[in-house]
Design a protein around this ligand. Structure first.
Ligand SMILES: [Fe+2]
Ligand SMILES: [Fe+2]
Length: 188
């Protein structure tokens, strides 16, 4: 095993292959799987009685760099596209409104969780040491799991039904551009 492969195997949250962006709905399902891995990692941090710098740093980095980009993917691309394509019988507007409100709430609690974990890194303390902090970690993970379940069960299946091939290509290009990539014909 190479050093990079060994490092990747140690991670709680798997990296995504760059090529997946060419299949945007699979990309969102895969991102949600990674968010579930994040929730599991957070639950483990809440329960841990010892300090593990690598485990704490991985969650801090995901909350700082990756989670906000996923919310932008949904708020600026997926949700507006779905609003244009869904049919009245999909009853999606209410669900999208609820999910957008949760994005805001998750942003606030996510920031608190991250700041707490950063303080733990600084002090080299186990994140679950204080009861109120432990409760914040667990609450964030539970809230996030409910959110993911709703998106997987309702939003993505409706997207599969309603988005055209052209919509999916446009979505791919937007996701790729946000990650500093330009899709070539072979990727699509
Ligand atoms: Fe999502
Ligand atoms: Fe979301």
């Amino acid at each position: 095993m190479t050093r990079d492969a060994a490092k990747a195997a140690d991670r709680a949250i798997e990296p995504l292959p760059d090529s997946l962006v060419a299949d945007p709905l699979s990309f969102f399902f895969a991102e949600h799987y990674r968010h579930r891995q994040l929730c599991h990692a957070i639950d483990q941090l809440a329960a841990a009685t010892f300090f593990d710098a690598a485990a704490v740093s991985e969650v801090v980095d995901f909350l700082r760099y990756e989670a906000p980009v996923h919310i932008i993917d949904e708020e600026e691309d997926l949700f507006p596209l779905l609003r244009r394509r869904c049919q009245p019988e999909d009853d999606l507007e209410r669900i999208l409104g609820l999910l957008s409100a949760e994005h805001k709430a998750d942003g606030v609690l996510g920031r608190q969780v991250r700041q707490h974990l950063e303080a733990c890194l600084e002090a080299r303390e186990a994140p679950g040491g204080q009861m109120d902090r432990r409760r914040d970690l667990s609450q964030f993970a539970a809230q996030e799991r409910r959110h993911l379940a709703l998106e997987n069960a309702i939003v993505l299946p409706i997207a599969r039904l309603r988005l055209s091939q052209e919509d999916l290509k446009a979505l791919s290009r937007r996701l790729a551009a946000r990650r500093g990539r330009v899709l070539c014909e072979d990727d699509r």
